[in-house]
Design a protein around this ligand. Structure first.
Ligand code: SF4
Length: 371
């Protein structure tokens, strides 16, 4: 495949945010143009990863010559914590740490400790969670738990090493990821979720082996439809296996019953095993869009705020953070940004079909803002 270099500036296009004239004080509830509250913040703490999942960070693009962000460009733990505290005053009560691979960021437990000290306007601690490829989890689980992390989600796209490699393009044993899941369990970082991206023709044969492996263990297995995120994964609709088909395949062997969403804005549709063996979930951004109650914002590792996973530009908060803006001004800036939000890419994709217009602004890379 032709080499396709993507400069960082292209990956994370964003407009520079200035201190707004009109104040938007925090009230604990911040609604966008579609009346969706901001409750869930995903924070990318690094643009690096030790895997090369073809649907997120294809090796042909993110190769050995790829220029990552210099450390000075990354938000410090103190800057991230300051922003998180401000987001909490607007109603954010759940923070998910992502990457790249977040456990590659040194001393991440220091950040977790700082975030664990934050309280919502109601005085409650935040729900702190993290998405990881599990490669370093066995080593880090206990320290993360001790620092205040509540839960983890582990990405695992198969149990067979060859299939696993065909999805993440590195030579990493599944056994080590499973050891990470066991360590997280032992450390009390549950309920643990395991996310499997399903790509038709590549790893669909792993659906039932994964079900048999995690059924009855307390781990919640979720199947994610392969998505047209970013502009580098060569996405094709015929490689999407619709969630309805995934559920049907599982139900043939393990009868299922639908479950209610456990919280507003939940991305997964939940199904229980009729025999009490636990539950699974499906995340169907392509065939069953869920933008109507999407309450998620994403912060890149260098402080750019994105309002949708499929956004093509963001809002650069770093100049405010590193300038002389006070918390009230940053609070207002975030207020303005969210109040102006009307993103609903997946719904529009369902109405209009995938965006194949070459002239369309390129979408931000998922490895840059976290899934
Ligand atoms: S496509 Fe965008 S708006 Fe829709 S659910 Fe995903 S992140 Fe939210």
């Amino acid at each position: 495949m032709k080499k396709h270099v993507v400069p960082v500036s292209e990956i994370g296009r964003a407009r520079r945010v200035a201190a707004p004239e009109r104040a938007v004080p925090a009230t604990g509830v911040l609604l966008d143009r579609l009346s969706r509250p901001l409750t869930d913040l995903r924070i990318s703490v690094t643009d690096r990863c030790n895997f090369r999942c073809s649907y997120c960070m294809p090796k042909e693009v993110f190769d050995k010559d790829y220029q990552y962000l210099p450390h000075s460009a990354l938000l410090s733990f103190e800057e991230i914590t300051r922003l998180a505290r401000i987001f909490a005053t607007h109603g954010v009560h759940k923070i998910r740490l992502t990457g790249g691979e977040p456990l590659l960021r040194k001393n991440l437990e220091v950040l977790v400790e700082q975030l664990a000290a934050i309280r919502t306007p109601q005085g409650a601690p935040l729900d702190l969670t993290l998405t990881t490829n599990g490669s370093l989890l066995a080593r880090k689980a206990e320290a993360l738990k001790a620092a205040g992390l509540n839960r983890v989600t582990v990405s695992l796209d198969g149990l067979d090493d060859t299939v696993f490699r065909s999805m993440n393009d590195v030579d990493f044993p599944v056994a080590q990821v499973l050891a990470g899941i066991d360590a997280a369990h032992a450390a009390g970082l549950g309920p643990i979720k395991v996310n499997m991206v399903v790509k038709r023709g590549t790893n669909e044969q792993e659906i039932l082996p994964m079900v048999r492996r995690f059924r009855g263990t307390g781990v919640v297995l979720r199947f994610i439809e392969y998505m047209d995120v970013g502009a580098t994964n060569g996405w094709r609709m015929d490689e999407v296996l619709p969630s309805a088909e995934v559920v049907a395949r599982i139900a043939e062997e393990f009868p299922l019953a639908p479950l209610e969403a456990s919280a507003p804005g939940e991305t997964a549709q939940r199904w229980a095993y009729r025999d009490g063996g636990g539950e699974i979930g499906v995340i169907s951004s392509v065939t069953q869009a869920f933008c109507h109650d999407c309450s998620r914002a994403r912060l890149s590792t260098e402080g750019k705020l994105y309002l949708c996973l499929f956004a093509s530009s963001g809002h650069d908060l770093r100049p405010l953070l590193r300038g002389d803006a006070d918390d009230a001004q940053i609070t207002s800036a975030i207020g303005h940004i969210w109040q102006g939000r009307s993103d609903r890419y997946s719904e529009l994709r369902a109405l209009r079909g995938p965006d194949t217009d070459a002239a369309a602004p390129r979408r931000v890379e998922m490895s840059y803002i976290g899934g």
